[in-house]
Ligand binder design. Structure first.
Ligand SMILES: Nc1ncnc2c1ncn2[C@@H]1O[C@H](COP(=O)(O)OP(=O)(O)OP(=O)(O)O)[C@@H](O)[C@H]1O
Ligand SMILES: [Mg+2]
Length: 180
């Protein structure tokens, strides 16, 4: 993990996943650490594991529903675990975006998606690179790369103190759970 001397604290973590099950477990581990209000950007070509990772993340948020790729809907919403200290009806929501089909980044604004990114739920965006530099400065970005049929490279880039804390916690947990 590295820390750069820029205005916004940036931390990175490089992980290799050897199976879709492992990618899913990484998602679970991250989901377990989220409090709500986080923005997770997923970059990577077709079939690199963005949805697979999101399925794990949903599980980590306590969502029992099956998470599929929302390609044809742009956004799917799920209700997760109840947040401590919140009213019983207030679950931790997951907003799962897939903006692959978005032609113009401006549409994000037109569709009112921005409200979600600054809201109290967890937003996960597949194909975030489609919207260029639109994104808030503070977020966790995960670049997923296909290394071979079953091997994927995951580069986590956290920007901002909150996301760096999450990534540090994530790395700690990673060392106690030996990867397969
Ligand atoms: N290490 C791995 N991590 C994740 N997926 C893997 C891995 N090895 C093989 N796979 C397979 O790669 C595919 C990943 O599909 P997935 O839908 O998660 O990708 P995606 O990035 O969301 O694609 P799309 O851009 O079409 O939305 C699955 O069929 C999965 O079983
Ligand atoms: Mg997908």
């Amino acid at each position: 993990m590295t820390k750069e001397n820029s205005q916004e604290e940036t931390c990175t973590l490089d992980i290799i996943s050897h199976s879709s099950a492992q990618t899913q477990r990484l998602g679970v581990r991250l989901g377990n650490l989220l409090h709500g209000g986080e923005l997770i950007l997923l970059d990577g070509q077709l079939g690199t594991g963005k949805t697979t990772f999101t399925q794990g993340l949903a599980q980590g948020l306590g969502i029992s529903e099956t998470v599929n790729s929302p390609t044809f809907t742009l956004l799917k919403e799920y209700q997760g675990r109840i947040r401590v200290g919140q009213a019983p009806t207030s679950g931790l929501a997951l907003y799962h975006f897939d903006i692959y089909r978005l032609d113009d980044p401006e549409e994000i604004v037109d569709l009112g998606f921005e409200d979600y990114f600054y809201g109290s739920g967890v937003s996960v965006v597949e194909w975030a690179e489609k919207a260029g530099h639109f994104w808030p400065a503070e977020r966790l970005r995960i670049h997923m790369k296909m290394l071979n049929e079953t091997k994927r490279g995951l580069l986590f880039v956290a920007t901002g103190a909150h996301y760096c804390d999450i990534l540090r916690q994530f790395q700690k947990n990673a060392y106690v759970t030996v990867s397969s």
